[in-house]
Design a protein around this ligand. Structure first.
Ligand SMILES: C[S@@+](CC[C@H](N)C(=O)[O-])C[C@H]1O[C@@H](n2cnc3c(N)ncnc32)[C@H](O)[C@@H]1O
Length: 184
């Protein structure tokens, strides 16, 4: 089983200096419009989630799934203080899947940032993600260069393509390997 990010590192991932290199607004604005339904698996304490909730606006929704309850508890506190909690649906994940079958064909954008390398079943993950995506929806996959080699990243992209997604862009994200995938 791959190594999972310990919950207390969630605080480190909220470090404000991260914004200098991985600015949530600049990274996500091109992908997320008002009214969108977004899925964010592995949000941690929500470094990207609050920005996603701002971008979808009052008519959109961000569905987050994390396997670590302490990550979700911190995310819930942060969402409440930002007044964004009604835009965020929080779900506790399981080892055997995301548990998002009820969202089939409803999701406009998926953000999978620094989480796929922590999964035991990468093929299963992309098949669940592809099933919830509308046709034409996009998935931004980003992995930390320090943990994921170019060869391993290529295997992740191949698993996504086997699930019916197509790589349409390779954006440059600081210290990351990244791809944008679209559902045909
Ligand atoms: C390295 S953190 C990244 C957090 C966030 N995406 C960011 O970039 O700041 C990885 C997150 O994935 C979560 N995770 C690991 N395995 C998971 C699974 N099977 N289902 C849902 N979340 C999972 C971890 O609990 C952790 O919050």
């Amino acid at each position: 089983m791959p190594h999972r990010c310990p919950w207390y590192l969630g605080y480190f991932l909220l470090n404000p200096l991260r914004k200098l290199r991985q600015h949530p607004g600049r990274m996500l604005e091109p992908h997320v419009k008002p009214g969108f339904r977004v899925l964010e698996p592995g949000p941690g304490m929500g470094y990207f989630t609050l920005e996603l909730a701002r971008l979808v606006g009052p008519t959109g929704k961000v569905h987050v799934v994390d396997i670590e309850p302490r990550m979700l508890a911190a995310l819930a506190r942060r969402a409440r203080s930002a007044g964004l909690e009604t835009r965020i649906d929080m779900r506790l994940g399981r080892e055997d899947g995301l548990g998002v079958g009820d969202l089939e064909g409803e999701i406009d954008f998926v953000l999978a940032f620094a989480m796929v390398h922590e999964l035991g079943n990468v093929a299963g993950f992309f098949s669940e993600a592809a099933a919830v995506m509308r046709s034409g929806a996009r998935l931004l996959l980003a992995e930390p260069q320090g943990h994921v080699s170019e060869a391993s990243f290529a295997l992740e992209c191949a698993a996504a393509e086997a699930a019916g997604l197509v790589v349409v862009d390779r954006p440059s994200i600081w210290q990351s390997r990244a791809a944008v995938l679209a559902k045909a």
